[in-house]
Structures are given as C-alpha cells and as structure tokens.
Ligand binder design. Sequence first.
Ligand code: FES
Ligand SMILES: [Fe+2]
Length: 453
Amino acid sequence: MSATLDATTQGARYQQLLDADSRTVPDVLRWQSPMEGGPLTVPVGRYTSPEFHRLEVEKVWKRVWQMACREEDIPQVGDHIPYEIAGIQVLVVRSAPDRIQAFRNICLHRGRQLKEFQGRAEELRCPFHGIAWNLDGSLKHVPCKWDFPQIPDEWPLPSVRVGTWGGFVFINLDDDCVPLEEFLGDLPGHFTDWPLEDRYKAVHVGKIMACNWKLAQEAFMESFHVVATHPQLLPGMGDTITQYDAFGHFARGITPNGSVSTHLRWSPTEQEMLDALVDRSLDVPSPMVVPEGGTARRTLADNRRAGLAPVIGAEMADALSDAEVNDSIVYVVFPNFHPWGAYNRIVYRFRPYGNRHDMSIMECMILNPFSGERPPAAPLRMLGVEDDWTDAPELGMLTRVFNQDVFNLPRIQEGLASGSLDEIVLARYQETKIRCMHAELERWLARPAGRQP
Ligand code: FES
Ligand SMILES: [Fe+2]
C-alpha cells in the first residue's frame, strides 16, 4: 500500500474498503463531499484573546442553536435541567407531557439563579424570597405582593427558543433565529438509518479542560494525530484512510477500524490488528479470535452484530454492514456538537467553561440502543481540571485514549498564549473538519446584527 496520500485519492481508499464489505452499505456512507476552499491558516487570537471570546459570545453563542440536553434527561412533567453557556444560565423544563420549554434561569426579583441542579418540581420557586413561576413560565406567586406595585399580573420568565432532533433538546437565545429544522438542514438525512432518538444515554462524563473550547474539540476532529498520540492503535485503525467531507455547517470524518494504518512499517497479522482495538492486558488471551482464513475487520463486525442482535433484533443486526458496526463515523455540527453515526454510539459536546476563553468543558455521552422500556438516562459525572479520565471507568477503553488526547491540550494553549506564533496552519484534507468549522465561524462573525447567516 502506498504511503503517498492526497485529497483526490483519500476518499477513494475508504470507498474501496466499502466495496469489500460483507453487506450492502447505506448510501450515506457512499456520499463524498471534499471541502472546496476554506481557510488553511487560523489566527492564534481565536484561541487566546479575551476580546475574540467576547465577540464569539455575542455573534455565536447568543444566536446559534446548541444542544442543551437529551429529552430523556427530563422524562416527567416538572423535570428540569440547567444549561449554561458563557455564563448565561438557561433552564430546560418539561412543562407538559409533550412539551419542553426553556427559560432564562434567573429570578426576576433580584437575580438569583432559580435552579442550580437537575430535579423535579411542581413550580419554579426562587430560594431567596420565594417568588414562584409555573412550569410554563407564567407567574404563580409573589410573597407580599402588596409591596411590589411595579410587578404586573403577567410577569413571565423570559423564554428561550427550544427545538428537538434525534432525542436531543436544542436551545437558542436569539428570538429571531431560524427554526431548528432550517438550521440543521441536511443533517437529519445523514442519520435516517441510525435514529438517535431510539437510543438512551447510558454514560455521560464531562471534564473541565485547561484550554480554549475550540482547541479541545479540534483534538477530536481529525485522525491525523493518531500516529503520534495513539500509536498503539495503528495496527487496527485506518487513520490515513479516513474520508473527510464538508457539508457547509456540518462535516464528518469516517475512520475505518479493523484496517491497518498506512503509517505502519511492519505487517501485523489479522489477530494483531484486532488486538490493537480491544481493551485488554497484554498478558491475557485475546477475547476475540480471528478464525482461520478470516479478517480482523470481519471478525470485529460479526462480534458486534452478534452483540446487537438481542437488542435491535437478529434480522436488523445481521443487515448492518461491517462499516456501520466497526467504523468511527464522526460528525461535527457548528459550533460544538459531535454526534457519531451508526453504532459507535458516542456524542461529544464542547463549550467554554463559565465565561473563560482559556478553559472549556468537554463532555462524552454514550447512546446505546435498547429493547423494551427506555432505561433511565445516566446522570452527568463531572471531572475537574486535574482529574484523570480513568476516574470515569464507565467510559472503558476511551479513558486511556482520552488521557492521551488531553495531555497535549494545556501545552498547546500555553504555546499559543506565549505570543510566538501569529497563526496556526491546517492540513488541507485531514484537517477538513477543523477548516470547515472555522469557515463557518468566520461566516457567523461577519454576519450583520439580527440576521441568521
Ligand atoms: S431573588 Fe428571587 S425571590 Fe428574591
Ligand atoms: Fe485522539
């Protein structure tokens, strides 16, 4: 296999792998949309400047649709969950069995945060002096009302726009925003075969990161770093075979698993390829054995199809292509939402920590399929800036991979903040997703007030 790669052959390599799939692959994996144009360099100030952060808050965070929670986080009437973006507090509430609303999470009296924690309540009552609103945001009760001649009878909590897709609840702070459906555009068409509303949140872990939110998410938007950051994966991961596509406000990378990296200078056996992807100690036998004449890719796929059969049904599981059960099909939707396609089950979200330009929150959810009654959603486990990902063992093998990823990030933030560089440079093909998000960011920053781009 040649080690020479360029943008014109790159997508073709992954497509050839699909040709060899043991099943028919869905059309969505056949689509190719290499990015035309877009930035090849990015000013360092986007990661280090408090002024740039403030611009981003005004032009992006206060106006863009952003994922706030899962619908199953608030299954019952009265369930509520706080969401915070750049210091702005929002409360998402299930106000009726089929209605989800969101409000500014602040008391109109003297500004106390109404609800600090996820929970269930019959009303939204402020803990300071007890002014209460109904779940639909209408005013319910003002203690000593006689003392507030300026409070009108109608005194609702300021509402925040809400939309849902794929079992996710999105909010928008801009009353003049376009509907969520218009914002998402073609994205739902990419998930037709993998409806995320039919999954439940089995794992939810967050961690505070000592870097800008874009730096954090960009560490998860290309497979180019695998060769240096996760070299143990190379025998089993086609990092350099990744197909990258840009679709305007969203983009994707598809990295094959059970496929050897072109970086490798030795030829692993099929068993060694499989072992590179399995979480095990080297002194114990492989839990998955490639049969005589078999391949790592097929063995991994058969194993995963067998695991899914009791959950989604044998017929449906058996029809899933090797690609759908093996590969990392990772979307990014502007500005910060990273749902994975098919059966890799992961979702990432990245955002500023508080209103900081140099700290962020990374979250990882695992959305599992289920049969029968929907299991309860896992609560968020939050890790501090000094905590190790292995403190969240529910993430399994990801903990050690994430530790490798996040080890770099404070060092990048410090490097950029040192003032030694004016700009960073981006790979034309392999950093497509990062370039796509910066192209979109530039569009949002340039748009006039009051209009969606
Ligand atoms: S601040 Fe909320 S009731 Fe006074
Ligand atoms: Fe990584």
